[in-house]
Write a protein that binds this ligand. Structure first.
Ligand SMILES: [Zn+2]
Length: 196
């Protein structure tokens, strides 16, 4: 610690406060948290690890799921085909920043294709403005996407991916408009728009 500066006094002053705070927190912890810790947490921790073991096989990346034979490409092949950003989304189930894709505002007639293998996934008639900042659709072209459960944010979400190359597209929720009530929340980087 530097000696002979004005900081010397203030450092010890703050250290003193820190010690007092630690003392208060420690006693609060003993008084109120003890019961909770022993009764609940020590049951919760082992049961969470059991749940983790059960759900582990389900957390397999969609992009590593078996896809059509000719689209069963190696990591290196995908890296040469895709930009680093698109690779992160499609092959590692990444998520782009909200409002970052120009496709969010795309209003022309046409088709949205998988940026990995060019399979048509959505038509412009299925697109709507969800206000979330990601291109959103209330339906997908039949047979173009497959789903799986995803526990990345602890709460289960339904992940969906291109049925041909397995590339991750986004997540589907049940708060979309009628007639389906679905909201396909898609990464713009995982799509390629082809105007009609
Ligand atoms: Zn694809």
């Amino acid at each position: 610690m530097p000696v002979g500066t004005v900081h010397h006094w203030s450092n010890t002053y703050f250290m003193d406060i820190a010690i007092r705070l630690r003392y208060i927190i420690y006693h609060f912890f003993l008084k109120y948290m003890n019961k909770f810790l022993t009764r609940r947490l020590f049951i919760l921790i082992p049961s969470m690890s059991i749940l983790k073991i059960i759900f582990k096989p389900m957390s397999v990346l969609a992009s590593s799921l078996n896809s059509k034979e000719e689209w069963n490409l190696s990591k290196e092949d995908w890296k040469t085909r895709l930009s680093p950003e698109a690779y992160f989304i499609l092959r590692e189930e990444g998520t782009e920043r909200a409002f970052s894709s120009s496709l969010n505002d795309e209003k022309r007639k046409g088709t949205f294709h998988c940026a990995g293998c060019n399979l048509a996934l959505f038509s412009s008639e299925m697109k709507y403005d969800s206000g979330t900042g990601w291109p959103s659709f209330w339906n997908s072209i039949q047979g173009s996407v497959d789903t799986k459960l995803d526990f990345k944010l602890i709460v289960p979400r339904t992940e969906y991916h291109c049925s041909r190359c397995g590339g991750h597209q986004g997540h589907v929720f049940n708060d979309g408009p009628m007639p389906t009530g679905k909201r396909y929340c898609n990464n713009g980087l995982a799509l390629k728009f082809v105007p009609a």
